[in-house]
Ligand binder design. Structure first.
Ligand SMILES: [Zn+2]
Ligand SMILES: [Zn+2]
Length: 323
């Protein structure tokens, strides 16, 4: 075996503090082992010319084939030549366009996963990279969170279960106070007990849009608690038990005890967890996904494992190689 990288054994769970992982990032061999264990890069590659296993060249993150071949020329003389096949380890992976170096980008990802907003200035200063690099890789990280969210989302509720639903608008407030004028609506649901939730940016909060999402995300028979927004009026005709709380009157309905305080707490968390500049509609999906990823792994030490596992699934190097 020419490979000097750990065997391709997938990691089933690891925890890292920020300092520990940044230490790993400074050691190329350790970092590569980490990426291989999370299926982000492959530990070996077969030379397409010779069919032999390539060696790993850590100086340039490449697979190389040094195999010597012998051929006999027209004058019956033996000639040797070296294969010299070379391929980047990152070809077809999440790191295929990596600049400046994978070590630095992995540190950047670690800070991105750990630090709260605002963090851009700190990342630029700590890592010595450009604003452009931070913006680009932050957006790549959010793409991973969107993929993670699509893959792990669960339908909520069922008979006997309670789901609070609500809509909120995220954007700029006129003169920084009062109602949000320009912004994006997000529709969300929170299941009591499990504390699982879904959040989906929506073009508007019309009945068709919300009912479609409710049917996608909430099982029939669930007790749905909402405010008195008219789009929810049809819920009891659609196979749900429906309770309402009139927010203009009180926060908890005095007769049924219905309230939507859990989903309202989620809105407060989202407002704190999404930067003002990210509240345009096209960015909202990514910011919501980032928020939900970090909410799921509220212990930040578990985030690197979950994040790189998702990277390995999103840009599976094995799939890329067999094409
Ligand atoms: Zn792990
Ligand atoms: Zn070769």
């Amino acid at each position: 075996m020419a490979s000097n990288v750990a065997n391709n054994v997938n990691c089933t769970g690891c925890v890292w503090t920020m300092l520990e992982f940044c230490g790993v990032c400074r050691n190329t061999q350790e970092l590569l082992d980490f990426l291989v264990r999370h299926h982000v890069v492959l530990s070996e590659c077969w030379c397409p010319r010779c069919g032999e296993s390539c060696r790993v060249d850590l100086t340039c993150f490449s697979f190389r084939c040094d195999r010597r071949h012998v051929r006999v020329d027209s004058r019956s003389r033996r000639r040797t030549w070296r294969c010299n096949y070379k391929r980047s380890m990152f070809l077809g992976t999440w790191f295929s366009a990596v600049r400046p170096s994978v070590n630095k980008i992995c540190q950047l990802n670690c800070l991105w996963l750990t630090l709260p907003y605002p963090r851009q200035h700190l990342m630029i200063t700590e890592l010595g990279v450009s604003k452009h690099t931070v913006v680009d890789w932050s957006s790549f990280c959010r793409e991973v969170c969107v993929f993670w969210l699509e893959k792990c989302s669960q339908v909520l509720g069922g008979p006997g279960r309670f789901v609070e639903v609500d809509e909120a608008k995220f954007g700029k407030r006129k003169y920084n106070r009062g109602r949000v004028i320009d912004g994006t609506w997000v529709f969300g649901g929170f299941e009591r007990g499990s504390k699982n939730c879904f959040l989906v940016p929506v073009p508007n909060r019309g009945s068709d849009v919300l009912l479609d999402l409710i049917k996608t995300w909430i099982r029939p028979g669930t007790t749905i608690i909402s405010d008195c927004w008219k789009a929810y009026d049809c819920l009891s005709n659609e196979g749900f038990v429906h309770q309402t709380v009139n927010h203009s009157m009180n926060f908890v309905d005095p007769r049924s005890g219905a309230h939507t305080q859990n989903i309202e707490r989620i809105w407060r968390e989202v407002r704190g967890g999404i930067p003002r500049f990210g509240r345009k509609e096209k960015h909202m999906v990514g910011y919501v996904a980032e928020f939900l990823f970090k909410r799921k792994y509220s212990d930040y030490r578990q985030r690197l494992h979950a994040f790189y596992t998702a990277v390995g699934q999103l840009y599976s190097p094995a799939v890329q190689q067999s094409r």
